[in-house]
Design a protein around this ligand. Structure first.
Ligand SMILES: [Zn+2]
Length: 326
């Protein structure tokens, strides 16, 4: 049972989502993690204890940010908290949500990283706030907006959230591309305008065909795939935006790209990493208002003692969102 120091909160974890990072960390460790460490960073819980000076009450239901900016470095002062030079994370430097109880460090509260879960919203849905916040950061950076055609490469949980959010931001057409027919079938419930199986069709030709031969206004790679990133550049319309949302394995991250595509077509290529506290606030409100529904994306709910099974499920790609409910 963790103890609340000054400015801390203690949560009873109600729901903690699993993600691809948990698969990687559980198998290969992480440069910023020294063991032992409790992972799990998509956290929703109920406050059971508060440290001194905390403006929350026992019984409050809250969602917690994962990436913790220091709010004092050069990048934070510029307003770019996602690339904070002193960034720390729940599950890396601090124990996370695959536990019955979790300490929310004062540092999280200092950057407004705790959000009240509106009445009527389930903890499992609230736990999807953190990944949606990351997706929101990505779509802000790629300027996804009204009338855009958007191609999402990767039909996993992040790809599904990209589809939903693009719709909410007014995209006119959304296409989903994956190499896995089962995943595309799951993604069919999203109501995409087209599902493209890249193992049987040329996804670049398919996207062109769907956009009067021009290409998509925005292409988002939500897959850790070099081929996806290379193809994304060819899928974008001149003046289009390409978001390299999903990272590549660190020992295999060099891609072959025709830089003339970027030059002559005046493409913008943007990265995206994590989310800021304000993205979490907005994402929770998008979920609670029904603007970005997530309940139907939660395909599996497992108890804490099955966390290893949950991680295997994520690795297999069989579900969309897998949530631990301790
Ligand atoms: Zn900073």
């Amino acid at each position: 049972m963790p103890e609340a120091g000054p400015g801390d909160l203690i949560l009873r974890v109600l729901a903690c989502g699993t993600c691809g990072t948990d698969v990687k960390v559980s198998r290969f460790g992480h440069q910023h993690i020294s063991l032992p460490r409790v992972i799990g960073h998509e956290v929703a819980g109920e406050i059971v204890a508060v440290g001194s000076g905390v403006d929350w009450s026992v019984g409050d239901r809250v969602q917690v940010i994962a990436a913790i900016p220091d709010d004092e470095c050069y990048q934070c002062r510029r307003g770019f908290q996602t690339v904070c030079e002193g960034l720390e994370s729940i599950g890396y430097q601090y124990d996370g949500g695959f536990a019955e109880f979790m300490r929310v460090p004062a540092k999280v509260l200092a950057v407004d990283g705790v959000n009240r879960i509106p009445d009527g919203l389930s903890p499992a849905e609230a736990a999807v706030t953190e990944p949606l916040a990351c997706v929101l950061n990505g779509q802000e950076l790629a300027s996804v907006g009204a009338g855009d055609s958007v191609a999402v490469v990767g039909a996993g949980p992040i790809g599904c959230l990209h589809v939903r959010l693009a719709r909410a931001r007014g995209a006119s057409k959304v296409f989903v591309i994956d190499v896995n027919a089962g995943r595309l079938e799951l993604a069919a419930r999203l109501g995409a305008d087209a599902l493209i199986n890249a193992s049987t069709q040329d996804p670049v030709a398919a996207v062109r065909e769907l956009t009067d031969g021009r290409g998509a206004d925005v292409v988002i790679t939500a897959a850790g795939s070099k081929v996806a990133q290379e193809q994304a550049l060819s899928m974008a319309v001149p003046r289009g935006r390409v978001s390299l949302f999903g990272g590549l394995p660190k020992d295999d991250s060099v891609i072959q790209a025709d830089s003339n595509l970027i030059h002559y077509r005046e493409l913008s290529v943007v990265g995206s990493y994590g989310s800021a506290p304000r993205h979490n606030r907005e994402a929770l409100s998008l979920i609670a208002s029904g603007t970005v529904p997530v309940a139907d994306l939660i395909t599996h709910r497992l108890p804490l003692d099955r966390v290893n099974d949950a991680i295997e499920l994520v690795a297999s790609g069989e579900g969309i969102k897998v949530v631990i409910e301790p």
